[in-house]
Write a protein that binds this ligand. Sequence first.
Ligand code: ADP
Ligand code: MG
Length: 389
Amino acid sequence: MNLHEYQAKELLKTYGMPVPPGIAASTPDEADKAAATLGGTAWVVKAQVHAGGRGRAGGVKIVKSSKAAGEAAASMLGTRLVTAQTGALGIEVKRVYVEQACEVAKEIYLAALVDRSIGRVAFLASSEGGEDIEEAAAAAPDKIHKLVIDPKTGLNDTDAKALAADLGLSGETADAVATAMAAVYKAFLENDASLIEINPLAVTEAGDLFALDVKMIVDDNAIYRHPEFEKLWDEAEVSAEEIEAHRHELNYVPMDGNIGVMVTGAGLALAILDMLKDQGGEAANFMDVRPVATREQVAAGIKMLLANAKVKAILVVTIGGGVLRCDTIAEGIAIACKEAGNHVPMIVRAAGTGKELAELALNNQGVQVTYATDLAEAAQLAIIAAGGT
Ligand code: ADP
Ligand code: MG
């Protein structure tokens, strides 16, 4: 899950990270008032979308009056911001963040991430921070410094200060960077983050340190440990279906096709998507049901597929194992059809534990389904049921 800049800044602030005072706004009037409330002589109005490269795309504007803050917000809100990271369609700006502008003397890049190759948290840092970091890193890879953290000892101050020295910093600024790193490390661990990227971490003309931009990703698999994050879910960028799926513990990714798919097991689900594609079909989604799913969760998943107007056929592939049985899936299908109506053809390929019971349950409940005997046939029947290729 991505946090918005303003959410990540609020969170890091509680760990002692210095951030400029700022207020989020969703109307031009609110942005105008935010600047007035913050005080000062210059502000930055920043589009809150889950993508970087906003500055270059007109999504970060410096203004010198609260009225201009309102105007900058008006120019962004409701538009789709297209940056190097959004794709051609861009992302709709539903909120801006108004914060005090700093006199920036130096821009540092500082990130903590999970280095999957070694299974450890690592810091990456560079003295060449700011909007040009990608180009700078490509031109001079030696300017990117890395510090891998030993989980047994955590981040120690000596290593943090050595990294600051690598960035050409000394004295109080180096100390402040080491302190900022400690804050990032603590926030990273306590929030099950997979990335906290501060770019830029600015040194001001006055020698103070401020995180001017924060990108933070928290691990979806750990959100159950942080119910506070669910409140931050931005309906603007996580679709209602994705939230619904998360609520029912279904792994769900919307796609563009017309065949609604539910599969028990992520690897099998990917194989099914490949098979559909191979035979000229297009899946409307990826949906993987966990082995410990209940029939109510299965029903919620099928209802999501039934509610999708693009879906012209539903394909359910289940291999009953020791934990999730085919009849649990069948009961879920029956509940969904009873509640939402079975208005599209349903193709089921069931194998393994509970297969016979599953067929019995669907028959008893009067649910119309077509059974496929193998995966290739299942894909083929679904494509035909959805209207052919
Ligand atoms: P993005 O990385 O999406 O382009 P940033 O938040 O990093 O967006 O903003 C782009 C640039 O704008 C920064 O690199 C920085 O130079 C400048 N900037 C951002 N916030 C401030 C601020 N509060 N004060 C002064 N300059 C800022
Ligand atoms: Mg940035």
